[in-house]
Write a protein that binds this ligand. Structure first.
Ligand SMILES: C[S@@+](CC[C@H](N)C(=O)[O-])C[C@H]1O[C@@H](n2cnc3c(N)ncnc32)[C@H](O)[C@@H]1O
Length: 254
């Protein structure tokens, strides 16, 4: 966790100084959150969660890493948002019980989340059981097509589908941020196709509002991506484009 909280990628000190709320595209999709309840699944050390507290929501972050929960709680204090933010240490699959079956106006999931979960169907069930009637899910994550490519981004290496319970295993000394010192060198990930993700929501009763595939991401997923002035990573001019991330908005029926 220390590698991430100290990284230039996350720039915690800059985040504390500039007091930005959530990205405009997320505010447009989710709408006004003043006084609403929002639960962030896999909240990491809370930066994405606390942007919603800055926008007036009462936020709850859930993550199974005790270090992430400690860092998120400390960040909320430093940002003066402790009165609107709670962080709970739990596996996402146990979130309904860990949150005493509380329901929320918004379930929020930000980039870098679904790939750590073995079953997207079970995740969809959790999302459905956390939403108030009429409540919204907002999910922005890495596109499974991009996750099926090797590190060079040149060829398909991993399965696009969840289909098998075997995880994708990768070895390496770095995380996706700058900084060194990673102690656990092996990571296990699971890919979930767009169809599997959409059906995990529909089959648990949610209604789909939008599914948008994006030709940009917010980290250097592949060496050849070009960084724009606004910090997005895009295809170089002339290279055929494919989806790098995607956004789903869905809601629970009234
Ligand atoms: C890459 S981070 C999310 C990044 C986040 N969008 C951000 O930029 O801050 C993924 C998080 O998922 C958490 N996580 C992975 N599997 C989980 C699970 N089964 N239950 C709860 N949290 C989990 C990890 O501890 C980690 O904090």
């Amino acid at each position: 966790m220390g590698i991430h909280t100290k990284s230039e990628f996350y720039d915690v000190e800059g985040w504390l100084r500039n007091t930005d709320g959530p990205p405009l595209r997320e505010v447009v999709a989710i709408g006004a959150v003043e006084g609403k309840s929002l639960v962030h699944l896999q909240s990491h050390f809370g930066m994405d969660t606390l942007r919603w507290a800055r926008a007036g929501a009462l936020v709850t972050g859930v993550d199974f890493s005790p270090a992430a929960i400690t860092a998120a709680t400390a960040l909320a204090e430093r940002a003066g948002l402790s009165d609107r933010a709670t962080f709970v240490c739990a596996n996402v699959y146990d979130a309904p019980a860990a949150l005493s079956n509380e329901r929320f106006d918004v379930v929020y999931v930000s980039i870098g989340s679904l790939c750590w979960l073995p079953s997207v169907d079970q995740w969809g069930e959790v999302v459905a059981s956390l939403l108030n009637p009429g409540g919204k899910l907002y999910l922005h994550d890495v596109h499974p097509n991009a996750l099926s490519l090797d590190d060079s981004g040149e060829r398909t290496f991993y399965s696009y589908f969840e289909e098998t319970s075997d995880p994708l295993v990768a070895d390496g000394p770095y995380t996706y941020t700058d900084g060194e010192g990673l102690k656990a060198l092996r990571t296990y990930e699971w890919n979930h196709s767009v169809g599997e993700i959409v059906m995990s929501l529909i089959s648990h009763g949610l209604e789909l509002d939008s599914l948008v595939e994006h030709d940009w991401t917010n980290f250097r997923h592949f060496p050849w991506l070009v960084e724009t002035a606004s910090g997005e990573f895009v295809f170089p001019v002339g290279r055929p484009r494919a989806p790098l991330t995607f956004t789903i908005v869905a809601h629970a029926p009234q």
